[in-house]
Design a protein around this ligand. Structure first.
Ligand SMILES: *[C@@H]1O[C@H](CO)[C@@H](O)[C@H](O)[C@H]1NC(C)=O
Ligand SMILES: *[C@@H]1O[C@H](CO)[C@@H](O)[C@H](O)[C@H]1NC(C)=O
Ligand SMILES: [Zn+2]
Length: 511
């Protein structure tokens, strides 16, 4: 999900805004509008777990009269500490407590014809009905015994019918892909990929660590490729197109899928693991498949969980947690919004609280996680690769977006190619299960947001094929996508990523 921090002075100046402009140095002060806002600590907590009793998520539909003021409206939500879930060109989804409506907050700013409707009426019951594996504990110190007990709970999880071992990776039907998992089980799955497939029929799989989080968890990645076979070699024979994209001979193209910047967006990490698993299985089962051709043409890397601290916090304490868990010099609030912290056209917003869900840090790459990933992306040469594609998975909204996010005026030179490929990806995803996905420029489809990962990837590290995806859904469950929808979602994005890799192959590699 994309957030905004830009103060639209032009529009704001024409509006009456309550006094929440806190002086520098006291940014934690919440605005008067923040009554009932979801700031940390405002919530009933039971056994260390935050409750969302009676909270609603509203969809605000901006009328034509509001469009010019959209920036100002966003700013009101933002500075008053509202939890904005998703923004499109005509709607804003926002979470409020049971006694507040968007009207209470915004009647001053919005046209009377603006409509609001709650699409989630009782957040807590949705959280309850869509959680799984609640008995699991995923603290970094948990021992291997807790990991094996969680495995056995997984085996029982399908009403005792499915006795399959989730960590038997020989089939894509493993029950692993039907539930959400604590960090140690996700990482265990990644390590099983290496154990199961590395060295089999020319497949090479390796795991690596790109850095550590604030709380000391490992940020891990997995790479897969396949030794070229003779027929493929012929196809890739030297020709004028070999050097398209300015890649020198002997340098491998790397296709990077990142996910989990935002703690509460659980379906992203699950989908990233599914993608690489599916790719390897398909390449093994049919050496003439697209999967095999692509694995011989690219090194596919997944960093499925960039923010394991925030993910764990979302699982254990506060389902709606978005940021990392880094201390930021505030007494009351922690955490940096990773997807506002990347170092391209980064700027410190005029009005922001450390309590805000979109707090971008005091400077770019203050977050351990973004810094570690930026180094990884920038250091391809050391690995003998050139990162050519970068796809950052989020939820929700069903979008596939290219740069830039920071401004709608800044258009990439490759915009036409990026749009063409993006439309094909969206179509490939739609074709899979009939779910609609939209393609376009990030800023245009959501809202301008500086410090975004895809802007950095494209603007600084020269990764031409840079995209972010908002996976399912369009708001029915929002972040609480039920486990039964993990597999269809993962299957869709897998089709989309395969399409993108093929598009790049045709554009840059094939004769
Ligand atoms: C994994 O599952 C397959 C069948 O789905 C089975 O043949 C194989 O023995 C299993 N492997 C292990 C290690 O249990
Ligand atoms: C490569 O990584 C190192 C740290 O491991 C970092 O100091 C360096 O700046 C990185 N290079 C690029 C181009 O990002
Ligand atoms: Zn997100």
């Amino acid at each position: 999900m994309r957030r905004v921090h830009t103060l639209s002075i032009l529009f704001l100046s024409s509006l009456i805004i309550p006094t929440f402009a806190s002086p520098r140095g006291s940014r934690d002060v919440q605005s008067p509008l923040a009554m009932g806002s979801p700031a940390v600590g405002d919530h009933p907590v039971s056994g260390g777990v935050q409750r969302y009793e009676g909270e609603k998520v509203w969809r605000v539909r901006l009328g034509d009269h509001d469009m010019a003021r959209r920036g100002a409206v966003m700013e009101v939500f933002e500075t008053s500490g509202m939890d904005i879930w998703h923004v499109t060109s005509t709607t804003i989804d926002v979470r409020l407590d049971s006694s507040t409506t968007p009207n209470d907050l915004l009647h001053t700013y919005l046209h009377p014809a603006t409509t609001f409707e709650p699409f989630i009426n009782d957040l807590q019951s949705l959280v309850d009905s869509t959680s799984n594996n609640n008995d699991e504990n995923d603290t970094p110190t948990s021992s291997s015994s807790s990991s094996s007990s969680s495995s056995s709970s997984l085996m029982k999880s399908k009403n005792g019918k499915n006795k399959q071992d989730p960590f038997n990776l020989t089939t894509i039907d493993t029950p692993f892909h039907d539930t959400y998992h604590p960090v140690q089980d996700l990482y265990k799955f990644g390590d099983k990929l290496v154990e199961t497939f590395d060295g089999i029929k020319g497949i090479e799989v390796e795991s690596f660590e790109i850095g550590k989080t604030w709380e000391g968890r490992k940020i891990k990645g997995w790479s897969a490729k396949m030794v070229k076979d003779e027929t493929i070699k012929t196809k890739l024979a030297d020709g004028p197109s070999r050097r398209k994209g300015g890649i020198a001979d002997g340098v491998e193209r790397e296709f990077v899928v990142q996910s989990g910047q935002h703690g509460r967006e659980w379906v992203g990490p699950s989908s990233a693991f599914y993608f690489v698993h599916s790719l390897i299985l398909n390449a093994l089962s049919d050496p003439s498949s697209d999967a095999a051709l692509l694995l011989q043409s690219f090194t596919f890397t997944v960093v499925p969980l960039l923010n394991p601290d925030g993910y764990t916090y979302s699982r254990e304490h506060s389902r709606m947690w978005r940021k990392n868990r880094q201390e930021v010099g505030s007494k009351s609030c922690v955490g940096i919004d990773l997807n506002s912290n990347w170092g391209y056209k980064w700027r410190y917003p005029k009005s922001v609280s450390a309590c805000s869900d979109s707090y971008p840090g005091k400077e770019s790459f203050e977050a351990y996680e973004t810094q570690a990933m930026a180094y990884y992306l920038g250091n391809g040469t050391e690995r003998g690769t050139k990162v050519r594609a970068f796809v950052d998975l989020h939820s929700y909204g069903q979008l596939f977006m290219f740069p830039f996010a920071h401004s709608c005026e800044d258009f990439p030179i490759d915009a036409e190619m990026l749009m063409e490929a993006g439309l094909g990806v969206a179509k490939a995803m739609r074709t899979k299960q009939g779910e609609g996905y939209e393609a376009g420029q990030a800023c245009d489809l959501t809202y301008r947001a500086p410090g975004d990962a895809i802007d950095f990837a494209y603007g600084v590290t020269d990764i031409r094929w840079s995209y972010s995806a908002e996976l399912r859904d369009t708001g029915t469950y929002g972040f609480m996508l039920p486990p039964s929808l993990i597999r269809p979602t993962a299957d869709e994005i897998t089709a989309g990523l395969m399409y993108l890799a093929k598009f790049i192959y045709v554009a840059e590699i094939a004769d």
